[in-house]
Ligand binder design. Structure first.
Ligand code: SF4
Length: 433
């Protein structure tokens, strides 16, 4: 159990026992379609404990079916995990006591360990999560990642990591110095959302949030009846450690739970995936039925500059990236966001702004977030306020909407990962809300 002044979350909920009887034959014919692929992922039926966190409804149905339980139990488990954020199986009151006992014996709910938690003067809370090694061969290493909870008027935004470390090697990014440690599982990503939300609810419940009055209804109605202390709207941004499109399957597994009305229940309008420009991943994301908004980390105005700042540009140069952006199937409410970290004397000249206009001109429905650089370990300096304003003015005058976005949580280094720097030699977060 990890607990501190903010009120802790019980992280000791991993129940350990082997699955010691064979799965029963399917009684649910409707479930049989697609079972092979589900079973491949269902370690429970092969003699290991099943990790529940991160499982889809389909996977939980296969699990219940294999236990000889009615498949509607899967919906109940799914609801407790993701909609209620209740990780103590004994409190799953609509499940029979015998099934709860069985789940406690034979499954796990493994929450990340909260290794450190820093609270900023602006209310942001920065978490350093410890993640245990996973069974899967490629996930054998334990890891540490960051997530940041940022409250603001009427909403809270949670920035999560999708990989521990990163292989992409952007020169302005401390995570790059770690290299890729390992991918995160869907459950490890979903937990980074669920744990801060649950913690803030507990704080409100214990009176630690002064204005913890009954929250208004969210779009999904989720908070209508709950005195949660949370704002009505939750945003999630995939902008922590890692390149989400290089961990595509697991990121999509997490997103399907986050965006499912029966799961965490977030609106796709409130979830943003940020990529360094992995062109095949952008194309693949565009074909997904359920997907978040897309942001492209641009940070340069020409290939020569971007090759230096983001070597991934040599593989997916601006021409290919812009073509993928042009072909990206935007929904009618959606626009593409381009993030542009302003590096003094590097990419912040008026000529850079004019080149960005030319790059983005052929695209419809775009906006640019200009992000002032946070000085730190790396050899870059801030752009002057005048340079940033001039850059923004040029974009706006040419019809490209542009906004200056300051990082949150600067005093606890939530914007550039220096907490983790002590622990794991560097993890920046580009948190812009
Ligand atoms: Fe990886 Fe993002 Fe850092 Fe680039 S900016 S190295 S993609 S974490």
């Amino acid at each position: 159990m990890t607990s501190d002044s903010l009120g802790g979350i019980d992280t000791s909920l991993a129940f350990s026992i082997s699955w010691d009887f064979p799965p029963k034959a399917s009684k649910n014919r409707g479930m049989d379609r697609g079972r092979d692929t589900v079973d491949e992922r269902m370690e429970c039926v092969r003699g290991k404990r099943l990790e529940l966190l991160g499982k889809s409804q389909e996977e939980l149905k296969a699990f219940c079916d294999g236990m000889g339980e009615p498949v509607y139990r899967a919906g109940q488990i799914y609801h407790w995990l993701y909609a209620e954020r209740e990780f103590a199986v004994e409190r799953w009151s609509n499940l029979p006591a015998a099934l709860r006992e069985k789940l406690k014996r034979e499954t796990s709910i493994t929450l990340p360990e909260v290794r450190q938690r820093y609270v900023s003067s602006d209310g942001s809370v920065r978490y350093l999560f410890g993640l245990p090694a996973q069974e899967e061969k490629s996930l054998k290493k334990p890891a540490a990642v960051e997530a940041v909870f940022m409250p603001s008027e009427g909403r809270q935004t949670i920035c999560i990591s999708t990989q521990a470390g990163c292989a992409v090697d952007c020169q302005f990014c401390l995570t790059a110095q770690l290299g890729l440690i390992r991918n995160l599982t869907a459950g490890e990503m979903v937990a980074q959302v669920l744990m801060p939300l649950k913690e803030m609810e507990e704080r409100a419940g214990s009176g630690q949030i002064e204005n913890g009055e009954k929250a208004p209804a969210s779009e999904s109605g989720r908070y209508m009846e709950e005195p949660t202390g949370l704002a009505a709207r939750t945003n999630v941004v995939l902008m922590g450690q890692g390149e989400p499109l290089l961990n595509f399957e697991k990121v999509m597994g997490a997103l399907r739970i986050l965006l499912d009305a029966e799961g965490v229940g977030l609106s796709p309008k409130h979830v943003t995936l940020s990529t360094s420009g992995i062109v095949p991943g952008i194309e693949r994301l565009g074909r997904e039925e359920v997907r978040p908004k897309l942001a492209i980390s641009l940070n340069a105005s020409c290939d020569e500059q971007r090759d230096l700042l983001m070597p991934i540009n040599k593989k997916y140069p601006l021409k290919a990236l812009m073509e993928a952006c042009r072909n990206y199937p935007l929904r009618n409410w959606e626009h593409l966001t381009f993030e542009y970290v302003m590096l003094g004397g590097v990419n912040d000249a008026p000529e850079d702004a004019r080149r960005v206009v030319r790059l983005l001109g052929p695209l419809t429905r775009v906006k640019v977030n200009l992000i002032p650089w946070n000085p730190g370990e790396l050899p870059y300096k801030e752009s002057s306020a005048e340079a940033i304003e001039e850059f923004r003015r040029i974009l706006v005058e040419k019809g490209v909407p542009a906004f200056v976005r300051y990082s949150r949580g600067r005093d606890v280094m939530a914007a550039c990962g220096q907490l983790a720097l002590k622990e794991v030699q560097g993890t920046p977060l580009r948190i812009v809300v």
